[in-house]
Design a protein. Sequence first.
Length: 458
Amino acid sequence: MIVGVAQGKLNLLPIHILDLIPESVKQEFSGEAGQLKIVFVNSPLERIVLAGLGKKFNLEATRRILGKAISSLDKAVSKVGLYATGLEDYLEDLLVISLISNYQYSHKKNKQVKELTEIVIVADKEPSQDVFKRSAAVANGVVIARDLANAPSNLMTPKSLAAAAKKVAKEIAGLSCKIKGLPELTKENFGALLAVSQGSHQEPQLIEMSYKHPQAKRRIALVGKGVTFDSGGINIKPTPGMEEMKIDMAGGAVVVGVMAAIAQLDLPLEVIGIVPATENMPSGAAIKPSDIVRSRSGLTVEVANTDAEGRMILADGLDYAKEFKPDEIIDLATLTGAALVAFGHERAALVGNNKKLNQLMIDAGERSGEGVWQLPLDNDYRTHVKSEIADVKNLGEGRNAGVIAGAAFLEKFIPKDTPWAHLDIAGPAIKSKPRSYESRGGTGWGVRLLVEYLKSLN
Ligand code: BES
Ligand code: ZN
Ligand code: ZN
C-alpha cells in the first residue's frame, strides 16, 4: 500500500498502519517532499510504501512521488492500495497517475508484464465508480498516445497510424474515424502534405476523427503533426539523435489519445481530430530546398529547408480543419528543435492569436502539471517567414526565434478571427530517461493538458 505522508505527520496515520512500521523507520522518515521508503511488513499488505508529501500540499509534487512509488514496485505487483485519506478531492487525478506510472514499451519476446490490474482506495468516503471510470479513460488516452509515439517507423507508418486511429474509434462508442489516402489527397489538392510525402514509399494519410455530444455547444478542432519518421529529407539530419525522429508523430498520437479520452468521458463538446500523416524521406523523388509547392489553401510555400516539413503538413491539416468551421483550433506538433533548446523536456511552447485561449491553456497547464509557456507573435516575427517568390517560406531567420517562426508560418493557414493555440511539444513529447509518472521515450505529453482544458469548457 502506498501511503502519502505530510512532513512531520507520520504519527497521524491510523494505528493499524503505524503499528506495522518499525521504530527506526519512524525516526528516519520525515515526510519531506520526494522522500520514499518501502517497508516490508508481515501483514496481508505485504509492503507499505511511505511517500513524503512535504510541508505544504502541492498536487504536482504528490503526483511525482506517487509516480515514483508506483514505478519502484517490483514487476510482479499487480494490485496496489492507495491510502488517500485527505486526498479525496484529487482522487481522479491521482488514479490517472497511478495507471500511467508503470507503463512500459517493449517488443521483447519475454516481455515482463507490469500492469496494475487492481487499485484499492482507502479514503474517508467511498469513491464513486465514476472516478474509476473517468480516470481510466484519461489514462487510456495517455497510454494510446505513448504506444503510438514509441512504435518505430517500420511498425508505425502513416497507414498503420491511420489503422490504429480507426481501431480506437471502433472500440469507443461515439467516436468515428475517416481516412483519406493518396487518391483523395491528390484530388483535394493537399499539395503541401503530398510534397513532403513524395520522397517516401509510404502512402500519406489524412486521419479525421470526430466526436459529437448531443448537447455540444462548441466545436473544437485539434490538429496533430503525424510525421512517422523525420529523416530531414534532402536536408538530411545528422546521425546522432536521428533515431529519435520516430517520435515525430507525437502530436498526432496525442490527438488520437485525447479523442479516445473525451469520448469515454462523454464531454459535452464537438471535437474534430485531424492528423496529416507522412514520412519525411530523401530520395530521387523527394522535394528539394528551393522548391515551391502549392498548399491546399492555395498559398504557395517556398521550401527553404526540407526538414521544416511539420509546418507544411500542418498547413494542409489546418486548412482542412477550416471546413468544419470550428470555434477554435488547437494544434500540437514536435515542430522545432528550438522549442527543446528554449524549454528542455519540461514544458511546451505556446503561441496563439487569442488572449483568452492562451490564458486558458496556461491555466490548464498549471492544473494538469503539463506546463506551457507563451511566446509572442507579432508583425516583426511575421516578416521572418516572408518569401520573395512565394506566399510564405517554411524557414525563419536561421536559428533565430525558431519556435515563433514555425508559428508565424502556421498562422497563415488559420482564419483571422478563429482563436488558435499552437503547442510546440518537441521537448516534453520525448524523455531520454523516465521521470516519475513519465516513461522513457514517448510520454503522451499533452493528453492530460488537453483533457483538462476541454473539461474546463463545460
Ligand atoms: N521534427 C523536427 C523537430 C524536432 C527536433 C522534434 C528535435 C523533436 C526533437 C522538425 O521537423 C525539424 O526538423 N525542425 C527543424 C526546423 C528548421 C529546419 C527550421 C529544426 O528544428 O531544426
Ligand atoms: Zn524536420
Ligand atoms: Zn519533424
